[in-house]
Every structure is written in structure tokens, then in C-alpha cells.
Design a protein around this ligand. Sequence first.
Ligand code: NDP
Ligand code: CA
Length: 303
Amino acid sequence: SLKARKLSGVSEGCSDYISNPLSLRIFQWNVLSQSLGQFNDNFVKCPDEALEWHNRRFHMIEEIIEYCPDIICLQEVDHFNFLRYVLNTQGYTGMFFPKPDSPCIYIDGNNGPDGCAIFYRKDKYELVKKESRILEIWRVQSNQVAMLMILKVLETGKEICVVTTHLKARKGALLATLRNEQGRDLLNFLSTHCGDRPVILCGDFNAEPTEPIYSTLLNNKFNLSSAYADCKSSEEPPYTTWKIREEGEVCHTIDYVFYTKDKLEVDAVLEFPTGDEIGPDRVPSNNYPSDHFSLVCDFKLSY
Ligand code: NDP
Ligand code: CA
């Protein structure tokens, strides 16, 4: 069950993090688009009812608010209005940026395009600037996007730059090259807007740690580092998604939270459920509403 997931390192619960202006809990999740999940992905072991919106939407909300994050970064969002409406009751406000030609809109009964969204706590942050970008590959627009927010901590006036993205999916050498180019474009996007503020760059990069984009993102002037790897003796977790399609089981690490190492400190990360907890049919399932697990990281603003 979700409750089995633990934050390694620091205290459980929400109150510390809500009240402390020097701490920041970020929540990163590919929520699984409703249209793609139900009609496109073909999760062969997932019970149909688990994918029905009327069941799934409550699990989605539960998964997000259980950890009381300060900032929420989501991908594959195709029910932004629902999320905005519900998360508003929990003290959040947010924005959405759709993919230019989302595969969702070609599905019968779709709820619009999917895209990236960022939410933040209204009582802790003020929005300084919001930018969105259609990522370019060799200067040509792709079908992938990124969204950026500069947020000011109300109590201290300190600013942070939060960026989220969902890069091109699928396997292959050419696709890895395309993702790497999208990564380079992301870094230009950061250069244009982040200034010398601490950066948190998170998302579904659709790339394992061995792909070129992983080192591209870590080796540049931003001094970025991976929160999960840093918290777990320099190793990424074994998986951030685990699903069964017709072709077989897919279990690998493609979601990350990168951060500016000299300006932020990782206090803790949320553990992933074990194979036993997930169950033999993997995810999505009645217990886990997406084929990706959420990443939750506690940072201390150390600048
Ligand atoms: P991507 O290749 O980035 O993937 C789009 C979505 O498909 C992602 O959300 C991805 O999820 C999911 N996905 C990845 N692998 C599979 C799989 N094996 N089975 C089912 N879904 C999967 O797509 P683009 O946005 O670049 O769009 C191109 C794709 O979208 C084309 O492959 C085309 O099939 C489809 N498309 C169709 C259109 C049409 O019908 N006219 C128009 C536009 C797009 P995740 O990131 O979690 O892996
Ligand atoms: Ca997906």
C-alpha cells in the first residue's frame, strides 16, 4: 500500500515542512494521462476498473496530498481543471502547459491534450515569473514541453527556480539523441530564466541514467545533482516505473529530481514500494493510479 512508503532520514508527517521557510518538499510525478492510460498504453495486467476516471481520480489526489508537498510537478496531466479545483481546497494554486500535438486528442472521448503542471502552496510562496517552452531539437520545435516557475518564499524573500518536463518517449539510439538535444534546450531555457537562483529540475526524462542526457544535465554550469542518487550513496533507484505491456515487463529509472548542489541540501527522499508491495501485476493497479511512482524530496535552502 502507499502507506508503506517511508521518507528516509527525517521525520514523517507534514507540519515541520509546512511551517519551515528554509525547507522545501517537492513532489514529482508522471500521473499517467487518463486517455493514454485507459485507451492507449495497454497495461495488460491492470484491471479495467483501476483505470476508470471515477475510481482513479481519488487515488491520484490521495497520492499527492498525503505528503503535503510545498511544490508539485506533474506530467501527463489531462485533467488540469479537476486537479486545480481539488488542490485549491488544500491551499495550492497552479498552472498547466499542454503539449502542442498531444496524442491524447486523437483518442475518442479524450479530455483534451496532456501536458506539464506545477502547483505551489499559496501560503508559502509567491509567483515571481512563469515561463513555458516547446522544447527544440536542432532548433526545430518538438512535441515535448517544459514549464518553469520562479517562486519567492514569502517569509524570507528567497527565490527558487522550479522546472518540470516530460521528454520524448520510446527506446533506441536515435531517440536517446533526440532526448539529449531536448536536454540541451532545457539547459538554455534555464540559462535564460533562472539567473543564479537555486534550480530544481524534475520530470519524466524517459531516459535511464546511462543515456547521454543524464550526464548532459549533470555536467554544466548549473552544478546540478540528482537528489535520489545523492541520498542513496550515489546510486539511482532501481526503478521509477514498473509496468507490464504486451511486449513484457518494463522496470527502469527514468524520472529524476535534479537540484543545484551548492545552494540546496537534500534532507530525505521518499522510498519506492518494493516489488512485493507493488504486487505481481505491477502498476497501474487498484493501489497505484499511475505506471510511474512519485518522487518526493526534502530540501534545505542552504544559501
Ligand atoms: P512520445 O513518444 O513522447 O509518447 C507519447 C506518450 O506515449 C507518452 O506519454 C508516453 O508515456 C506514452 N508511451 C510510451 N511508450 C508507450 C507504449 N509502448 N505504448 C503506449 N504508450 C506509450 O510521443 P509524442 O508526443 O512525441 O508523439 C508521437 C507519438 O504520439 C507517436 O508515436 C504517435 O503514435 C502518437 N501521435 C499520434 C497522432 C495521431 O494519431 N495522429 C498525433 C500525434 C501523436 P511515457 O513518457 O510515460 O513513456
Ligand atoms: Ca505514459
